[in-house]
Design a protein around this ligand. Structure first.
Ligand SMILES: NC(=O)C1=CN([C@@H]2O[C@H](COP(=O)(O)OP(=O)(O)OC[C@H]3O[C@@H](n4cnc5c(N)ncnc54)[C@H](OP(=O)(O)O)[C@@H]3O)[C@@H](O)[C@H]2O)C=CC1
Ligand SMILES: O=C(O)[C@H](O)CS(=O)(=O)O
Length: 485
């Protein structure tokens, strides 16, 4: 496969006000390939001063961008959408080189990322206001929706393209300019998107990418009264810090944070379907997604049958290796810390009595490759029951009855995604309504799509992305009261 430097969308520069720039300091971020540990590129490492310039550029670009009609903004988003699909292979190659996910999965993420551009191009033209019957006969009440203003965004490494477009598409559709700090481990996916935005005719200053020192850039965003909205996807710890920072200027904020997804299997479930859903929900991106199942809660009467079927599927369907290799569907983990965290969760579970059915160690390929692992008869005292593993570890815990299952599922500070398999209709409604989560997959392990409101409750965040709800995160509601005399 061609090197990153040969990729037509390789841009080792920040993108500010339509210009490709280096860091004022000349500092650079070394980006490595998780499969080999080799440096694949160097990205400028920006700080406060450059971020302030990006915010100024966004502020200057805002009036003209918001003055366009919704259709004109939609047309630009659709040109960007078409260019993403036209360059799907180049974008996927960049993603696999810096994030490690298998090429096929990376191409899938590019299509998913592009789908947000199309979705919000359509939503732009459906930002409706209201007229409300007034309390007085000589008055009229009108409600307007208006763009919130300059947006500051910080995005993660696990979905380096779609987590940017899920925010930027909604912001631009609403009429807002945006300054994005991508994860330092995956900055080239972000600047490749900027290259296509430029080609699509997104005006200078409307879309800016500032790779670099995270806390310094974040402070420049939250300390600027010009920035009216903060949007973040990543850890709960960082999200909490950003929420505190946003308080200074009362900035709107949306947070997509960590999860601890339960996957409940009731005795009336179709076990083969449940195993298929389990594989999809657990091993996507090698388990490195915020909506991956973290705990399998299985009714005692079927735990052995389910565990055996899951072990067989893992054994036959999962192939570990570099993302560039044909047939591989489990790539390397993002870094050594990620490997250590999975190992720690496995060791803790086994030390506390879990039964190791498959794997349990790093992969013979070495480095950041990890053997998909299954432990059964785990319990709530284990770290895997309360901490997000973010890797290819499936832990199966038994429950006795429905009440027990719901109590175990809700026994976490997180509340992002949850899943359950059952066929009894009244049970489906009871459990779906009792789960304290923002999203519930029922007889499915895959729930992410642009048309649905993605987000969580409790320590998993605030607000929703995608769907008709996602654009509201970038709008203000204004009430007009007209007195007709
Ligand atoms: N909800 C989700 O989708 C995700 C959840 N996570 C969870 O977070 C855990 C840690 O993953 P990790 O990637 O380290 O997540 P982080 O939250 O550390 O990183 C996410 C983004 O936040 C930035 N960031 C880091 N520290 C700060 C800070 N002090 N102020 C502002 N921005 C900051 C990072 O920049 P930089 O890269 O430069 O450090 C990156 O762009 C994972 O194990 C997982 O549990 C992680 C990713 C996605
Ligand atoms: O950050 C993540 O893990 C993503 O939000 C998951 S998804 O939207 O790609 O499912």
């Amino acid at each position: 496969m061609e090197s990153l430097q040969e990729n037509s969308l390789f841009r080792p520069f920040a993108y500010i006000d339509g210009n490709w720039v280096a860091a004022d300091s000349g500092e650079q971020i070394e980006v490595d390939d998780p499969a080999t540990g080799e440096i694949v590129g160097r990205m400028p490492k920006l700080g406060r001063a450059e971020t302030e310039r990006a915010i100024e550029a966004a502020e200057s670009a805002w009036p003209a961008w918001r003055a366009l009609t919704a259709q004109e903004r939609a047309d630009t988003l659709m040109k960007w959408y078409d260019l993403m699909l036209e360059h799907q292979d180049e974008l996927a190659a960049i993603m696999t080189a810096e994030q490690g996910k298998p090429l096929k999965e990376a191409a899938g993420e590019i299509a998913y990322a592009a789908s947000f551009l199309r979705w919000f191009a359509e939503e732009a033209r459906r930002v409706y206001g209201d007229t409300i019957p007034a309390a007085k006969s000589n008055q009229r009440i009108v409600v307007l929706k208006q763009p919130v203003g300059v947006v500051g965004a910080i995005t993660p490494w696990n979905f380096p393209s779609s987590m940017i477009t899920r925010k930027a598409a909604a912001a631009l559709a609403a009429g807002c300019p945006i300054v994005i700090k991508p994860a330092s481990q995956t900055p080239f996916s972000a600047t490749a998107l900027a290259a296509l935005a430029e080609q699509a005719g997104v005006p200078r200053g409307v879309f800016n990418v500032v790779p670099g020192r995270a806390s310094e850039i974040a402070k420049a965003m939250t300390e600027s009264p010009v920035v009216r909205k903060i949007t973040f996807t990543g850890s709960t710890e960082v999200g909490s810090q950003l929420m505190a920072g946003a308080a200074e200027h009362i900035q709107k904020i949306s947070l997509e944070l960590g999860g601890n997804a339960p996957f409940l299997v009731f005795e009336d479930a179709d076990l083969d379907a449940a195993v298929e859903g389990a594989m999809a929900s657990k091993f996507r991106n090698a388990g490195q997604t915020c909506v991956c199942t973290n705990r399998f809660l299985v009714q005692s009467s079927v735990i052995n049958a389910f565990s055996e079927k899951l072990a067989a599927a893992m054994n036959s369907e999962l192939h570990v290796g570099p993302g560039t290799e044909e047939g591989v569907n489990i790539g390397p983990l993002i870094d050594d810390d990620a490997v250590a965290k999975v190992s720690e969760h496995i060791q803790d579970a086994v030390d506390k009595g879990a039964e190791l059915l498959l794997g349990g160690h790093t992969h013979p390929l070495g480095g950041r490759f990890f053997t998909p692992t299954l432990v059964s008869h785990a319990n709530a005292d284990m770290k895997v029951a309360h901490e997000e593993t973010f890797g290819p570890l499936a832990a199966v815990l038994p429950f006795d009855d429905e009440e027990d299952a719901v109590q175990m599922a809700n026994d976490t500070r997180f509340g992002l995604a949850s899943y359950f398999y059952a066929n009894d209709l009244s049970r489906v409604w009871r459990v779906a309504e009792a789960l304290e989560y923002g999203m519930v997959g029922i007889n499915t392990g895959l729930i992410s799509n642009a048309s649905a409101p993605f987000g969580g409750v409790k320590a998993s965040g605030l607000g929703r992305e995608g769907s008709k709800y996602g654009i509201d995160e970038y709008m203000e509601t204004k009430y007009l009261c007209m007195d007709l005399g």
